[in-house]
Ligand binder design. Sequence first.
Ligand SMILES: [Zn+2]
Length: 341
Amino acid sequence: MDLNFTVATKRDIYRRQLEKELAELVDPKTNRLKSEISEYVACPLCGEDDEHTELFVVKGYPHVRCKKCGLVFVNPQVKEEKLHELYENSKANDLWLDVLMSSTESKARYELYERYFEELEKNTAHRTLMDVGCSIGDLLVVAKRRSWRAQGFDLSKKAVDFARNTRGLNVHLGKLEDFGFKANSLPVITLTGVLEHLNRPREILYRIRNLLSADGVILVQVPNLQSLHNMVLHEKSTSFDGRNHLIFFNPTTLRKMLSSAGYEVKYIRTYQAVTHLVCRYLQYYDPYQGGADFSFLPAKVRSWLEDGTKHNQLIQWLEEMDMGRCIMAIAAKQKNREAKT
Ligand SMILES: [Zn+2]
């Protein structure tokens, strides 16, 4: 991880704008989301509508855990129609594209996606994919390098223009229902960084299942609720922003979600453990205002972290213990079974 990852990728500029936009939706009297734009929802995984434990509140957005199934989600959350309007007009979301376009960020993503494809290619013989919510097309770049036929679509004009004009990718502007895909026609569908943004993720999983060919697979990536840094930083982690990220899975709840939408999980694990944020926090620093710094850690811990071989070993252990930054799952259509509705 680059020493000044936050600044090198312009995450600091994006964060400031996002915080401004989030504050505009909060009622200063109650310090909670304004009631006219918010709604209470039942658990998006098991439907439990009452037994939710509040874990913490981030800038007016309560994050709760379902007592029945363990899913963590924002509740109340911004109403779906308001969310669409906010996405269309959000300067922060445009600035996020600048984060994605920085070369430091792309390099990290390419490395990650190469690892995804190694697993994907073991789980399907097809080499044609559709990337849902492809953004600037990082996954499509890696797919092309590996000789896949790949196309994608996204709602952001800025992202689509960049993917198409600068990178020469086969990318379209719009949403799933705009393209008239035929049922049972697509062999591989990928969704990275999509499900956590949706009020009702199971609905898109149903629709995608319907488009998949009989031997088709999906690849899904979401942030990991139980990553090392999320479990240590809680509401200080930028994963929890209230408006953009509405649902937080761990490998167990993601597996349940996929299975209840009619998929059979073939592969699931966590990737990219992050240590520098936790190390900063353990030294009483703001986790995000600066790069990796081990100066005030106990000397023995410091010497361990500064040894590249040991640090790499630590990252690998954390990924294996399901504490990586994100979860990637590959799932096939369950045979002989219709998805629950
Ligand atoms: Zn639940």
